[in-house]
Ligand binder design. Structure first.
Ligand code: PEP
Ligand code: MG
Length: 576
């Protein structure tokens, strides 16, 4: 029995067999071959092509019946790659000339193809890299005799163990098949962790060496609440954890009793509690947990796990559905926030040294207005079906806000020209998640309808701590006095201009800190749906006077540790 400690990323306890999920980095051997080995290498290549063709056709058939014919059509492009004479002939002629094993030759040809295509300006051709890479990797996998299973193909329920899991892989996880996951790297507010919470898949991230220590089919206990993983536990430990698992479910049940009660303090102040979602499928969970609206809809997940960009109509149908389902409660749609730790296969975005400081979110949208406007028009059109609000991510100053609003005005004009209607009073808000925006909140407040504080990013930027890097996770401190001062500044600036100030980062769901945020005057909390009942329970237990005093005292403390200890003590006192 071995116990590993990592970062608690998504709560819950699960027990199950380990399933290794590879990073798909192939080590391709490079061996010289003899003249008489050329025919067998050509034969291996042909067999790999046939096997790949069979796999793709099976996949196409399954996707066709599961998701529809249109989705299955994308595999036609894959089949075409397999028939590309130029590619096949180049592999065979280089094989004869260079006399190296076929996997090595094929991987060199593949690299050459992808680099040629990525330098082409044409968008359509650029997109073909994704197909070529995808098929190329399949061929390579078959040449090397490797297997990669999709989550949906898993036969039994497993604990996924990986070096890292991307947010899009997480989004593709099958809740029925994936019990929990464990990774070598990652942080508490990485989008992988956020996604896991939404899908209610317990997760422990940032265990250095987890993939080296865990072997396939080891029995694992994953405690996503404490950040602990136990490999091959003894009978006693297993029983203890099974009891804990039941207790956890029991506590959740208890909080759930508060879910439909209003979030009102004991002295009568109503606090707005909204939910964060990544996918429209989460709407039932939002309602189940008693949210009075959606305060953050992270739309970028709609662009993931697909080969093309969503059309305006697809966006529209998606937002219309969420607006109608939540009506009359509000839904805040955040415009595309790609980049950082979220990448989309449709764009060949060059690798950056510091992606969180790079070409992401609103910066990307302002540079590509033709892509941005598709989403804006769809949001506007959907606004007539409910109470939609829109907000921009990563605004660093008022110029960016103005530029975004100019594009929004163009989108409105385009709809008007076509005679299409939209809600003329739709509110347009600004996420405050960059320190420069926090410090100029007084300027921004004059030109926006509401603020939503994105603490996940605000903390990483103001404390200079990468939110996905487990090595510096100990410095990632929502309770740091610098963070608290910034939040206070944003709330004061917003209220001076009479606009509402919300928070949609994970900090808004940290029970102890909620007391301080309430005391600072935060108007709205948007959190993962599962946390809502607990937050309501806390709000219903306090008075405003109590929390104002707590916030006041917290502002005099010097370290995050002092703030955490103090707020936890107060919480225990209040909840008895
Ligand atoms: C944030 O940064 O706090 C936020 C809510 O946005 P995201 O986590 O998607 O970056
Ligand atoms: Mg953010």
């Amino acid at each position: 029995m071995i116990q590993l400690k990592g970062i608690a990323a998504a709560p819950g306890i699960r027990v199950g067999p380990a399933h290794k999920f590879g990073k798909e980095e192939f080590t391709v051997p490079r061996n010289e071959i003899r003249e008489d080995e050329i025919p067998i290498n050509i034969q291996l290549f042909e067999e790999a092509l046939i096997k790949t063709r069979k796999e793709i056709m099976e996949l196409q058939k399954r996707i066709g019946s599961d998701m529809g014919q249109e989705e299955a059509l994308i595999f036609d492009a894959h089949l075409l790659v397999l028939e590309d004479r130029m590619l096949i002939e180049e592999v065979i002629s280089r094989l004869k000339k260079e006399k190296l094993n076929v996997a090595c030759i094929f991987s060199e040809v593949l690299k050459k193809y992808t680099s040629v295509f990525s330098n082409i300006e044409d968008e359509y051709l650029k997109e073909r890299i994704v197909d070529i890479n995808d098929v190329g990797r399949r061929i390579l996998r078959n040449l090397l005799g490797k297997e990669r299973k999709a989550f949906s193909e898993l036969k039994e329920k497993v604990v996924v163990v990986a070096h890292d899991i991307s947010p899009s892989d997480t989004a593709a996880m099958h809740k029925k098949k994936v019990l929990a996951f464990v990774t070598d790297i990652g942080g508490k507010t990485s989008h992988t962790a956020i996604m896991a919470k939404s899908l209610e898949i317990p997760a422990v991230v940032g265990i250095e060496g987890a993939t080296a220590m865990i072997h396939p089919d080891d029995v694992l206990i994953v405690d996503g609440s404490m950040g602990v993983v136990i490999i091959n536990p003894d009978q006693q430990t297993l029983e203890n954890y099974r009891r804990e698992e039941q207790k956890f479910a029991g506590v959740l049940q208890k909080f759930l009793t508060a879910k439909d009660l209003p979030a009102v303090t004991r002295d009568g102040k109503t606090v707005q509690i909204y939910a964060n979602i990544e996918l429209p499928d989460e709407v039932p969970s939002v309602k189940l947990h008693g949210a009075k609206g959606i305060g953050l809809y992270r739309t970028e997940f709609f662009y993931m796990n697909r080969r093309d960009l969503p059309t305006e109509e697809e966006h529209y149908q998606e937002y219309k559905y969420v607006a109608q389902e939540m009506k009359p409660d509000p839904v805040v749609i955040r415009t595309l926030d790609l980049g950082g730790d979220k990448f989309l296969s449709q764009f060949a975005i060059p690798q950056e040294m510091q992606p969180f400081l790079g070409w992401r979110a609103i910066r990307f949208c302002l540079a590509r207005p033709e892509i941005f406007k598709v989403q804006l028009r769809a949001i506007l059109r959907a606004s007539v079906h409910g109470k939609l609000k829109l907000m921009y991510p990563m605004i660093s100053g008022v110029e960016e806000l103005r530029q975004a609003n100019t594009i929004l005005d163009q989108a409105k004009k385009e709809l008007e020209d076509k005679g299409l209607s939209y809600d003329k009073d739709m509110q347009v808000g600004t996420m405050i998640e960059v320190p420069s925006a926090a410090l100029t909140a007084d300027i921004l407040a004059k030109e926006t309808d509401f603020f939503s504080i994105g603490t996940n990013d605000l903390i990483q930027y103001s404390l200079a701590v990468d939110r996905v890097n487990e090595k510096v996770a100990y410095l990632y401190e929502p309770a740091h006095p610098a963070v608290l001062r910034m939040i206070k500044n944003i709330i004061t600036a917003g209220h001076k201009e009479k606009i509402k100030v919300a928070m949609c980062g994970e900090m808004a769901g940290e029970p102890g800190l909620v007391l301080i945020l309430l005391g600072m005057g935060l108007d709205e909390f948007s959190i993962p749906p599962q946390v809502i009942p607990e937050l309501k329970y806390i709000i219903r237990s306090i008075t405003m006077k109590q929390v104002e005093e707590i916030a006041e005292k917290a502002s005099t403390l010097s370290t995050a540790k002092e703030v955490n200890n103090y707020s936890q003590d107060k919480l225990r006192e209040i909840l008895k």
